[in-house]
Design a protein around this ligand. Structure first.
Ligand SMILES: CC(C)(COP(=O)(O)OP(=O)(O)OC[C@H]1O[C@@H](n2cnc3c(N)ncnc32)[C@H](O)[C@@H]1OP(=O)(O)O)[C@@H](O)C(=O)NCCC(=O)NCCS
Length: 183
């Protein structure tokens, strides 16, 4: 872990507990990412094989080891059932170092405010612990649910930063106003 990295692995909201993923979450990672509904707008994220889920878990875990933060597994308080995943990943956007806000929930858990609740907590955590890294969300233009979650978490549309991602055009949302792209 880097010296400056926070070592906070557990977050709680009114209804939810967020914890660092463990090996035992691989099956849930697979089940959620193999459902065509959860990757309808981001087909490049879909997983076809259980080994893909194992590899994805290892990438998530590597990021936790390297940075001290990453994607959290979201559950009800005192429940082992994984509702979904929400977290942050460092990346570059137009030459700027940023944190990308991610959320993906089991279809059975949609429509109950879980993603908004988790994303709000993660956004607040990033603002407290990593204030120098701008927080963004990349959302496909037709993914209205994801756009609503970004707005619920306090982000705002930043058209001037829109970018092409793995699945086509991404609309960019930012937690704070960000200057125009570098290039
Ligand atoms: C996007 C996703 C995480 C939303 O999860 P959720 O738990 O159902 O979201 P919430 O219940 O917290 O709803 C948050 C907001 O989105 C709105 N919303 C949820 N589903 C919606 C839908 N299908 N269409 C329009 N709005 C929707 C809610 O009404 C709420 O709006 P509000 O803040 O104005 O009240 C979920 O649909 C999902 O996992 N999708 C697949 C993965 C994905 O697309 N991730 C984003 C990649 S960028």
């Amino acid at each position: 872990m880097n010296d400056w990295s926070p070592a906070v692995e557990e977050l709680r909201t009114a209804r939810l507990a967020l914890r660092r993923p463990v090996q035992g979450d691989v099956e849930a990672i697979f089940e959620i990412h193999r459902d065509p509904r959860t990757c309808a707008h981001n087909p490049s994220d879909a997983l076809a094989w259980s080994q893909d889920a194992q590899d994805l878990y290892l990438r998530w875990n590597n990021q936790w080891q390297q940075y001290g933060y990453g994607y959290w597994v979201v559950r009800y308080h005192d429940s082992d059932q994984q509702l979904g995943f929400c977290g942050i990943k460092p990346m570059e956007l137009h030459g700027m170092k940023v944190l990308n806000l991610f959320y993906r929930f089991a279809a059975s858990a949609w429509g109950q405010g879980f993603a908004g609740e988790a994303a709000t907590e993660v956004t607040a955590w990033a603002s407290r612990h990593l204030p120098d890294l701008p927080l963004i969300a990349r959302v496909r233009p037709a993914n209205v649910a994801s756009q609503r979650v970004a707005i619920r978490a306090g982000l705002a549309r930043a058209e001037h930063l829109d970018a092409t991602g793995s699945d086509g055009l991404d609309w960019i949302y930012t937690a704070k106003p960000l200057a125009a792209r570098v290039s």
